[in-house]
Design a protein around this ligand. Structure first.
Ligand SMILES: [Zn+2]
Ligand SMILES: [Zn+2]
Length: 447
């Protein structure tokens, strides 16, 4: 016994001090995992599930995280709709003292008929409110999930390099802007360790695979849906003087709404008012009773968002009055629960960008322009930006295709396109290294 102890002490003396031992670079560990990550990606790609229906997807993600040693809780989320289950999941891995870092993926696909021609293309079909449709991971949430599981894998394999609590968050119903809010409503930050930081990535249909893009401050817009019912008084198309024509009024309204952007909002502030749907009438010679408009509005600053909404209400009311519509028949304007804009905490984003440059090389890390798309990732910072959050872009376009499109001035298939086909292998290698490096940097106790 005594002798053994002497021997082991002697052995300890010849070992290099802890921390100086050669550590396998992340690149090497990713390569070891790549075949299995690609298989996971292809599985998700060919088995997409629509928003609210991510049952099998969530089960697979939960299962893989459990196998890695995470403590997994499923069905986190409350949609406030009777009978609707949330497939949100939270997986916790405690690894000593230190910060709590959350990494988020989304889980859902879209009602899109895939036209990529890939050997693992989705053939899934589903019933939607608009009829039957193909289902496709046209936004790349399959790539997000494979990245997310790869990151979880790498962080479990490098547990000696970090200290703190890692929380992996699988969020459903991103495409309908409902999942993040539902999970927060269900006590996300009280039932589980409250985050010091939340990070996510989203694939990009405009950056080449092998690169990542970051943006400090506003990165994605807020999105609100507005429904307007313009009410008039119908009658015979040959006797318009006996009616109050809601189509003429609604047409004036569509044009007048464009003056919000051009005349009421500071030109330095971004804003979009789009009328995406206009429905009225049944026949050539009947003036209908009402016309229905559906709008999406986008902005970054909360005050701009509120200004647009109040201007829509004022203009709708004012034009109706000018058309002689009595006050009790004034247009109704309904604003649905929207998604706030995504604000990337500047200090956190800079820190992540530095970690990404060290991991991928400076050339692979670019600064991106903000976009008017929206993401419900924005909810995780909470009101008043209490929790620093950041989302970065992961290039997904095959590099040769990207170069060719740039040279010829062609437009590449966007996210949500039936032809969006990411270069998965390169994007996965880059994304897993990037996200792992970011978490490792945030989890260094002495930072
Ligand atoms: Zn999407
Ligand atoms: Zn998306």
């Amino acid at each position: 016994m005594k002798l053994l102890r002497v021997v082991s002490l002697a052995m300890l003396l010849v070992l290099p001090p802890v921390g100086l031992a050669a550590q396998a670079p992340l690149e090497k560990i990713v390569d070891e995992e790549l075949a299995s990550l690609l298989a996971t990606y292809q599985y998700f790609h060919s088995h997409p599930e629509l928003s609210y229906e991510e049952k099998e997807t969530a089960a697979r993600v939960a299962d893989e995280l459990r196998q890695l040693g995470f403590e997994v809780t499923e069905n986190v989320g409350n949609y406030n709709v009777a009978g609707r289950t949330s497939y949100g999941l939270v997986a916790v891995l405690r690894n000593g003292a230190g910060p709590t870092v959350w990494v988020r993926t989304d889980l859902d696909g879209l009602p899109v008929d895939e036209k990529t021609g890939l050997p693992y293309a989705s053939r899934v079909r589903a019933k939607t409110a608009a009829g039957e449709s193909g289902v496709m991971h046209a936004c790349g949430h399959d790539l997000h999930m494979a990245n997310f599981l790869g990151t979880a894998k790498l962080l479990t394999r490098t547990k000696d390099r970090w200290s703190g609590t890692l929380v992996m968050l699988g969020q459903p119903a991103e495409e309908v802007g409902a999942g993040a809010a539902a999970m927060l409503r269900d006590g996300l930050y009280t039932r589980f360790p409250r985050p010091d930081f939340v990070i996510a990535l989203h694939d990009s249909a405009s950056l080449p695979a092998g690169t990542v893009g970051l943006r400090e401050g506003y990165a994605l817009a807020s999105a609100d849906s507005v429904d307007i019912i313009v009410r008039g008084a119908g009658g015979h198309g040959a006797y318009p003087h006996t009616t109050k024509d809601p189509i003429v009024l609604a047409a004036q309204l569509v044009l007048a709404l464009q003056t919000i952007r051009s005349r009421e909002i500071n030109p330095q502030d971004a804003a979009v008012v789009t009328v995406g749907s206009f429905h009225a009438g049944t026949k050539h010679n009947i003036i209908p009773d009402e016309a229905r408009l559906q709008l999406t509005i986008r902005s970054y600053k909360p005050e701009v968002r509120l200004k647009i909404i109040s201007s829509i209400e004022r203009i709708a009311r004012g034009l109706a009055e000018a058309a002689g519509i009595p006050p009790e028949r004034a247009p109704t304007v309904t604003v649905s629960d929207g998604t706030p804009s995504t604000y990337n905490d500047p200090a956190l984003t800079r820190r992540v960008a530095d970690a990404l440059r060290r991991q991928l090389g400076a050339d692979a890390v670019v600064e991106t322009e903000p976009v008017m798309g929206a993401e419900d990732f924005s909810h995780y910072t909470l009101e008043g930006r209490q929790i620093p959050t950041t989302m970065f872009w992961l290039g997904a376009v095959p590099p040769a295709r990207w170069k060719e499109a740039k040279e010829k001035g062609e437009t590449l298939p966007s996210l949500h396109s039936a032809e969006f086909a990411p270069e998965a292998e390169t994007a996965l290698r880059t994304g897993v290294r990037a996200m792992t490096a970011a978490v490792l940097d945030l989890m260094q106790a002495q930072k």
